[in-house]
Design a binder for this molecule. Structure first.
Ligand SMILES: Cc1ncc(COP(=O)(O)O)c(C=O)c1O
Length: 394
């Protein structure tokens, strides 16, 4: 019998869009072990180096001793164990909201929350560079979806006018991110909030790559700009700077109660292992502390070193937001998919792990290398990568 998928796989290969899994035989960190070699890792979202920290390991180990491994059932059936409850109150306190709800992943948070908030006769206005989880959540909701060009407030305003004219009674939800995952830049959030208020829209802000990185104690862009009270749905993930896994939504008590009753990716899945919630709680507690803030400052010191040492190449943009901020994500946009793959391979031969990001993660023809820096990197590792990138550029 013919293998049904061989032709489709071949078509991906011929367009340099085929992907393979790479086995990593170690914990996450500034260095990782692959089969037979050690790579310096500039591919991870473990921005604070917490994923393999004793802080999180100890919290998880203690929780395993007390609560075991599996949660047994969904949260509504039998799985709301104390670590989940403690984590949610800590998240709400940290983000300055009345309540919080955790999901098994950031992806699950998006695809559960958006359809719970808007339905068929509503409207979603989504930034063009939003993450796949937000796009999937928007599609799943059945609401009318309009995409506005990346960070383009003029287009967003005309979409809002259109929505209010065509759907006067609809709920209108604007969806954007604090730090865009493949570009590393930020939205003009304050201006966007002015618009959203003018048109009576709701705002969902995904802080996935800002949490732990941006704002006082890593509380995100909303906290940095002191606009949290103007954002109805503050979403994020525990899987990046917090070093664990899981997603969350912070907001009003009624929003959270509604999600408990309506978010299908929350209701119809087994609760995450309680040990993960305990580890995430340790990460949030750490970030709220002076020591955590020092770690975040260390990350910014590393980001500064990288920015200053990056070679001056077209497409290699040290990302900065309108507010002058930026992030730990630095894309080198080369366009062609094959070129990006070859550049990633060339860096691999020098023992640097830097992923080639291609369609459908980014648009066709905007393939890139995505360099992420962490507080766990040292000066020498960062400068060596920049030297290798400079060699690649010549
Ligand atoms: C902006 C954004 N939102 C959501 C997610 C999904 O988060 P998770 O990896 O926890 O499912 C990601 C992760 O890749 C992301 O980049």
């Amino acid at each position: 019998m013919n293998d049904l998928f061989q032709d489709q796989l071949q078509a991906l290969r011929s367009r340099s869009l085929h992907r393979r899994l790479r086995e990593i035989g170690s914990a996450q960190g500034a260095q990782v072990a692959t089969v037979g070699r050690t790579l310096t890792n500039f591919s991870s979202n473990d921005y604070l180096g917490l994923a393999n920290s004793s802080l999180l390991r100890d919290a998880a180990t203690a929780a395993i001793a007390e609560f075991g491994i599996g949660a047994g059932a969904s949260r509504l059936i039998s799985g709301t164990q104390s670590p989940h409850v403690r984590l949610e109150s800590a998240l709400a306190k940290w983000k300055g909201t009345s309540a919080a709800l955790c999901f098994a992943s950031g992806y699950a948070a998006a695809v559960g929350t958006i359809p719970a908030i808007v339905q068929k006769n509503d409207v979603i206005l989504l930034d063009k560079l939003c993450h796949a989880s937000l796009i999937d959540g928007a599609r799943l909701s059945g609401a009318t979806l309009r995409v506005f060009p990346h960070n383009h407030l003029g287009k967003l305003e005309s979409h809002l006018q259109w929505a209010r004219r065509e759907y006067p009674d609809a709920r209108v939800l604007i969806v954007t991110e604090s730090v865009f995952s493949m570009d590393g830049d930020c939205p003009p959030l304050e201006e966007l909030i002015v618009l959203k208020k003018r048109f009576g829209a709701l705002l969902l802000l995904d802080e996935a790559h800002a949490i732990g990185v941006v704002g006082p104690n890593g509380r995100g862009l909303a906290a940095e700009l002191r606009v949290g009270h103007d954002i109805e749905i503050q979403m994020g993930t525990l899987s990046k700077a917090l070093g664990v896994s899981g997603g969350y939504v912070c907001g009003s008590r009624s929003l959270i109660e509604w999600l408990v009753n309506r978010a299908r990716s929350f209701i119809f899945t087994t609760a995450p292992p309680p040990a993960l919630a305990a580890a995430a709680l340790a990460a949030v507690t750490f970030l709220s502390s002076e020591e955590g803030e020092k770690r975040r400052q260390l990350l910014w010191n590393r980001i500064k070193i990288l920015r200053e040492a990056l070679p001056p190449c077209p497409g290699l943009i040290p990302t900065k937001s309108d507010q002058g901020g930026g992030s730990a994500i630095h894309p080198w946009i080369v366009g062609d998919e094959q070129t990006a793959v070859e550049m990633s391979r060339a860096l691999l031969t020098e023992n640097f792990l830097v992923p080639a990001i291609r369609y459908p993660t980014v648009g066709k023809g905007s393939a890139r290398l995505r360099v992420t820096v962490s507080a766990a990197h040292d000066d020498v590792q960062i400068r060596s990568l920049c030297d290798a990138m400079a060699r690649l550029a010549t």
